[in-house]
Design a protein around this ligand. Sequence first.
Ligand code: SF4
Ligand code: SF4
Length: 386
Amino acid sequence: MMRQKRPFHVMIIPTLGCPSKCAYCWSSEVGSPVMSIETVKDIVEWLNVFRNDPVTFTFHGGEPLLAGADFYRIALPLLSDLKHLSPNFALQTNLWMLTHELAEVLAKHQIPIGSSLDGPMEINDLQRSEGYYERTMRGYEIAKEHGLQVQFICTFTSYSVKFKEAIFNYFLENGLTLKLHPALPSLRSDEPEKWALLPEEYGDLLVYLMDKYLENMDQIEVRNINDYCRCVFTGRGTVCTFVDCMENTFAVGPDGRIYPCYRFVGMPQYVMGDVRDRPSQADLAGSEAGMRMLQFKDYVDKNCKSCKHIRYCRGGCPYNAMVPASGDIKGVDPHCVAYKKIFDEISDRFNKEMMASLGMEKDFSGSSERANKPGIMALMRKLASN
Ligand code: SF4
Ligand code: SF4
């Protein structure tokens, strides 16, 4: 019998350094080294025998473009040569350092880019850093000139959530897809909670954005709402937060050490192995960090047992759950409150719309009877037709 393929994800962190100083950042490190091509060759040697499934490589940071054009000119063909893994690529960058030379290298491999923009310039620069917006836009123009696809992630903080309407309208008016992240407590800061978005606020924000999205569905995509809907309708998570990410996600730091995900890079207690030792899947799972990740899975099986969303939520993100608790597994992702709220909202609305349309002589128009606005069923149809 043919074995079912299990796609996996390797995040490559060329450096933890970053030229920006975003107020709520938790992932950059001053003076971080840059990955050498020798380490890239070690990644290739390691993955040559590691497993036989499709892989996605995401270059992440810090700021991955700090590695420079020559790094990507050599690294991308080396990684692409792992033909048995059918590699796909992605890159997460603030675009400040994107030059025509770099863009040409990335375009040759058609690398989709994820960048960050927290809304209009005033809001973005206040919480990221002075001049951030302009520098990102400069890079965005270069990316577009070279035909690179760019999508922006918008981080909502305890400050910017007050301007949620302006932020939504900014993405709408500029024809940009909206993907959002809640700001996490920055454990590298003296005031870790200052910018963090409380789980309750995040839940309310998701419901607000869902309503705005439904009103403007033909003009904008709100990726997170699509993802939540897919979870509810298919019964399976479609993004890392809502699957058991352990064993299928790894990150390689600038020095070749392997971690469970980019979020853990640079934390010695989460090192699972080193690419130079060519560890097997079992070696990584058997490391102390690997076992801790698996313990999180067991914890979710026990503690989320009675939750109707467990199949497609899986306790959320283990980093969010463990790292603020100093590595102890004492709870699930603190955003549980928000996840429950949006999952409940989607399934309740769907059930109501379903009943209403059945009562309306089997009219499956997807319109909400109450407000006569496009509802969840209309969004479902949109997702199904894509
Ligand atoms: S630790 Fe969190 S961010 Fe990282 S892969 Fe898992 S769910 Fe995703
Ligand atoms: S919503 Fe909360 S309780 Fe339910 S599975 Fe997710 S983390 Fe667990």
